[in-house]
Design a protein around this ligand. Structure first.
Ligand code: BV8
Ligand code: ZN
Length: 285
């Protein structure tokens, strides 16, 4: 039965040397970004298997690009929330107090909204101190694009254009209203800007069936961690959902932060129920 004893958790946290944070869509809920499952969930309106799959992209590039354009425009006006900043401050040696100065913290996020990275960069510049930890965006980043050419073009970039190409302009409103009828012609979809290439670009996110980024490093970190904070994830999507269990298998402890009991929460050592945008600060102090 997981404990909710904050004093005991803080003791474990302060004595941990290798700490992982595994975050999911619940971390960004307070930033106004819909989660995937649960009421009003993103997938509730769209079916992941139709859209976040390489085969879906090959089959209907217009439909998948309209979905990711919708995502890009949705994310645009959003900002990190207090939960992102609490985790970012944990990564700054000069100000953190909850964890040992010589501990190593790695934040692995499933989120593609780039808010964890933004919160860390903003915190570093506000405090004029560099973090000594790393963020691994294991499912990619919504504003990153890569060329689909199988030849020698390795074009990839973070593209902040809104819209990413004229052909997608305005389609987000229709998609938001559930109207998917409009078809954007192939030539009007995002194309590789590299001279002589001209192949189509795709979002640099990890689709279902594709290899998560830096997965070997992630599995290695999970096998060595003393403590894993699992924040705002339903822990359904693999291999991310296996990370907490791997930490426990190797003798580490797991603390789940969620608004409800997510998958594997019962097996955790600590369970702190409540919105992470307030609960993280309350528990981490
Ligand atoms: C892989 C990017 C091999 C794209 C995403 C059968 C057939 C085919 C495949 C499989 C299969 N069975 C299993 C698989 C593997 C598959 C998988 O897991 N499928 C699931 C559906 C069963 N996984 C893959 O294909 C992965 N690749 O396995 O490759 C491999 C493996 C290892 C090594 C080498 C090769 C790739 C998966 C990545 C898919 N891409 N996103 C895009 O976003 O469009 S997944 C997407 O969904 C997100 O990135 C995220 O990861 C996931 C959503 O999960 P959550 O973040 O947890 O969000 P959710 O809404 O579910 O939960 C929110 C939680 O927050 C809830 O618990 C809620 O209570 C809580 N919450 C809400 N508000 C708050 C809160 N908590 C605190 N405070 C709040 N305020
Ligand atoms: Zn190219």
């Amino acid at each position: 039965m997981p404990s909710a004893d904050i004093t005991e958790f803080r003791r474990v946290l302060a004595s941990s040397k290798k700490i992982l944070v595994l975050s999911g869509a619940g971390l960004s809920a307070a930033s106004g970004i819909p989660t995937f499952r649960g009421e009003g969930g993103q997938w509730g309106k769209y079916n992941a298997s139709d859209l976040a799959h390489r085969s879906a992209f090959e089959e209907d590039q217009s439909r998948v690009w309209k979905f990711f354009h919708y995502w890009r425009e949705l994310i645009r006006g959003k900002h990190p929330n207090e939960a992102h900043y609490v985790l970012a401050r944990l990564a700054i040696p000069g100000i953190r107090h909850a964890i040992a100065p010589d501990s190593k913290l790695t934040h692995i996020t499933q989120n593609i909204d780039m808010l964890c990275t933004r919160a860390l960069t903003e915190t570093e510049s506000a405090l004029m101190q560099l973090s000594d930890s790393e963020i691994i965006e294991m499912h990619g980043r919504i504003l990153d694009v890569i060329c689909t050419s199988n030849h020698d073009c390795d074009y990839h970039a973070t593209n902040v254009d809104s819209p990413i190409c004229p052909g997608l302009a305005g389609t987000e409103t229709k998609v938001a209203a559930g109207d998917w009828t409009a078809v954007v012609k192939r030539k009007d979809l995002p194309m590789c800007p590299r001279l002589g290439c001209g192949q189509m670009l795709r979002p640099d996110v990890v689709w279902f069936g594709e290899r998560p980024k830096r997965i070997e490093e992630i599995l290695e970190l999970a096998s060595e961690a003393d403590l894993c904070l699992v924040v705002g994830t339903s822990a359904i999507v693999q291999p991310a959902s296996r990370i907490g269990g791997m930490v426990k298998e190797h003798g580490g402890k797991v603390a789940v932060f969620d608004i409800e009991k997510s998958n594997h929460a019962e097996e955790a050592d600590f369970l702190f129920l409540g919105p992470c945008e307030t609960k993280l600060k309350e528990v981490l102090g």
